[in-house]
Design a protein around this ligand. Structure first.
Ligand code: PLP
Length: 470
């Protein structure tokens, strides 16, 4: 499989290349040159496969000869063997039409584990024998940081430095990172806001002093391998509910448009999907884009669903690229215009193509809280605030009642116990396997919000670990 960049200046990359690179050298995002397609008979023959085996079947065409079948199989077994539920992504029925696809059975209780557990293995496989080590640097406001740390902890091929704003993330979120004591994991609490931490990381990626000393890498959601891993659970859910001979609709709580884009790819690969619902919170750039063509940046509003608090949805560029039929000149014009002015009006031909499959909704706080309460009363299930946004949008979407409607449950309710308790009166408890989180030892470094101090600390640690590794 050959990969190209949405901005048209980088072609002929392999799966291995794009996994290690993340972002395209022209500032665009990597996509496969064409979508692999499976016929109905092939898809139907996968019913009942264990999740890791299904994952191999669906991902193989994207990986091509970057891995042998045996390598892919052992990476999938390792990534999904660590989930606490055998089905990896089990379905739970809420009422006659509505289902939850539980994606939070990985080590950090959020759906990002599904992709990052695999990405950790891919990094290791691709770096092996190169004599080099990746230095992963990131900033987190919560979920991504812990999922990335758990993905690379203890791996010889990578070292991870994760910055978080000191005192500004929840105790559960901090402890999910700082109680990982593997020597290749470095948590840094920075004085300042998440934006300050993020700005430092961006500066490090462009700092020749840092780049000459270490091989820096990112694990953010623009990495193609992450999206690829997320395609699998759309097939898994549909196969459980009578697909591919029956159409299924999905509602996806959305921030960077990564998760729901994976659903779009499943559709392109031949999975019959009735509709994809893009559910946002008050940070509604995607709802405005889809419902009226207004893709413009506005002020960030903190909400009870912080992992969806975004101003710009970076993966939306991948959808636009497909909607202009891979016309990279037109796409690059659109994106450069957006970068210069913070706004983009989506042409009606493009919007028509988008709305043929996608609907959208922006869910306000009261509706989110009511939905948590409703689901608890209807089924006894507790929803986290992100999942509640997805389910609220699903219940409003007026999908024909004969179509099963699956809401992606992106986080375990115990990650956000206060919001859940306020909404329905029940306080969710952490699952047994991390029930001792508050008794575990923490390890992290506190640093001032000073770029030079942080960069110097990272370089000193990375180099001392390198020499220990020999
Ligand atoms: C990251 C995240 C999302 C948003 O996913 P995107 O791929 O950015 O759209 C939704 N819910 C939770 C719990 C998350 O951690």
């Amino acid at each position: 499989m050959e990969y190209i960049s949405t901005r048209g200046q980088s072609e002929g990359q392999s799966f291995r290349d794009v996994t290690l690179a993340g972002l395209g050298s022209d500032g665009g995002l990597y996509v496969p040159k064409n979508w692999p397609r499976f016929d109905m008979e092939t898809i139907a023959s996968w019913a009942g496969l264990p999740y890791a085996d299904l994952a191999c079947r669906i991902m193989q065409p994207f990986i091509g000869d970057s891995l042998t079948d045996a390598q892919l199989k052992s990476l999938c077994d390792a990534a999904y063997g660590g989930f606490s539920h055998d089905a990896v992504a089990p379905l739970v029925q809420i009422d006659q039409q509505h289902w939850l696809l539980e994606l939070f059975h990985g080590p950090t209780l959020a759906f990002k584990d599904v992709a990052l557990q695999l990405l950790g293995g891919l990094f290791e496989e691709f770096m092996q024998g190169s004599g080099k080590r990746l230095t992963i640097i990131g900033a987190t406001s919560g979920d991504t940081g812990s999922a990335a740390i758990h993905a690379v902890a203890g791996r010889a091929a990578a070292e991870i430095f994760m910055l978080h704003p000191s005192g500004r993330i929840s105790d559960v979120q901090r402890r999910q990172m700082t109680t990982v004591l593997a020597p290749n994991v470095h948590n840094i609490a920075i004085e300042g806001s998440f934006d300050d931490a993020q700005a430092m990381v961006k500066r490090m990626f462009n700092d020749p002093h840092v780049n000459n000393a270490v091989h820096v890498s990112a694990v953010n959601s623009i990495n193609w391998a992450r999206l690829m891993a997320q395609i699998v659970y759309y097939f898994a859910a549909a196969l459980q509910l009578g697909g591919p001979h029956r159409k299924i609709a999905f509602s996806v709580p959305t921030g960077n448009f990564g998760d729901v884009f994976a659903g779009y790819v499943a559709h392109k690969m031949g999975l019959p999907i009735e509709r994809l619902i893009v559910a946002t919170n008050r940070n509604d750039i995607l709802d405005r884009a889809i419902s009226s063509g207004d893709y413009s940046r506005s002020a960030l509003e903190p909400t009870a669903a912080p992992s969806m608090d975004i101003q710009v949805s970076s993966n939306f560029e991948r959808l636009l690229f497909d909607m202009v039929e891979q016309d990279s000149t037109r796409l690059a014009d659109m994106m450069q215009g957006f970068e210069a002015t913070n706004r983009l009006t989506i042409d009606s031909d493009i919007r028509e193509r988008i709305t043929a499959l996608f609907s959208s909704a922006a869910v306000q706080h009261d509706d989110l809280a009511r939905t948590i309460d409703w689901a608890y009363r209807a089924s006894g299930e507790l929803l986290d605030p992100h999942t509640a946004i997805g389910l609220a949008a699903a219940r409003d979407a007026q999908i024909d009642t004969s179509v099963p409607l699956v809401t992606l449950a992106t986080a375990h309710p115990a990650k956000f116990p206060d919001a859940v308790e306020r909404a329905c009166g029940i306080r969710p408890v952490l699952p047994g396997r991390i029930g001792d989180l508050f008794d575990r030892q923490e390890k992290f470094k506190e640093l001032p919000g000073d770029y030079d101090a942080v960069a110097a600390y990272i370089l000193a640690q990375a180099n001392s670990d390198l020499s220990q590794a020999g």
